[in-house]
Ligand binder design. Structure first.
Ligand code: THU
Length: 191
């Protein structure tokens, strides 16, 4: 088990000894360098025919990069975090791990409520924790849903929340690869 995961394990009382991944850490357990970024490339939807509607601009299409060791490690941590999800109504457990530019890592889980709209997604729980701690710049987020193998694409609201703080090239690490935020939300709302 890497020191990084051990660090989170202590916090979350996780007992997972199956970790093969090592993260580059400093003495205090922070990531020494940020997770790699993804490269966004321009793409236009030339096949879209009249009558189907057309995008107002040129949405960014991004290569989905394969998972590397660091992103796999973050997904493993997200799985450990997921154990704390409060998904009493849907039964769908989500874990998110947000890496700030400082190197500090913020976990989040979904938190449901008897009044359904009061529920909160894991991604926004992680952002709330990070923003509360004073963070404003972020390196990556890893997200895992109930099924380890099926990608848990972030919902539209969470994509918009990410876009408030993160650039289009912000890496969103899912179980099937690393996406850019710009490809997941090409036209975010701005004031
Ligand atoms: N959920 C998340 O936490 N993140 C997502 O990106 C998608 C959905 C949660 C919300 C709710 O608690 C449950 O999954 C089912 O929608």
């Amino acid at each position: 088990m890497s020191r990084f995961i051990k660090h989170l394990s202590d916090f979350f009382a996780v007992t997972d000894d199956d970790d093969d991944f090592e993260l580059p850490l400093d003495e205090s357990g922070k990531l020494i360098r940020p997770i790699g970024t993804v490269r966004a490339v321009e793409h236009s939807f030339k096949t879209r025919s009249a009558g189907q509607g057309s995008p107002t601009g040129s949405p960014q299409q991004t290569e989905v990069l394969p998972l590397d060791d660091e992103s796999r490690a973050l997904l493993e941590i997200a799985k450990a975090v997921r154990d704390k999800a409060y998904a009493k109504y849907s039964g769908f457990h989500v874990g998110a791990v947000l890496v700030a530019a400082s190197g500090q890592v913020y976990p989040g889980v979904n938190m449901e409520n008897a009044s359904y709209p009061a529920g909160l997604c894991a991604e926004r729980a992680a952002f709330a924790a990070a923003i509360t701690a004073g963070e404003r710049e972020f390196s990556a987020i890893a997200i895992i849903g109930s099924d380890d193998d099926a990608p848990c694409y972030p919902c539209g609201i969470c994509r918009q929340v990410m876009a408030e703080f993160c650039p289009p090239e912000f890496p969103v690490i899912l179980s099937d690869g690393v996406y850019s935020l710009g490809s997941l939300l090409p036209h975010s709302f701005e004031l």
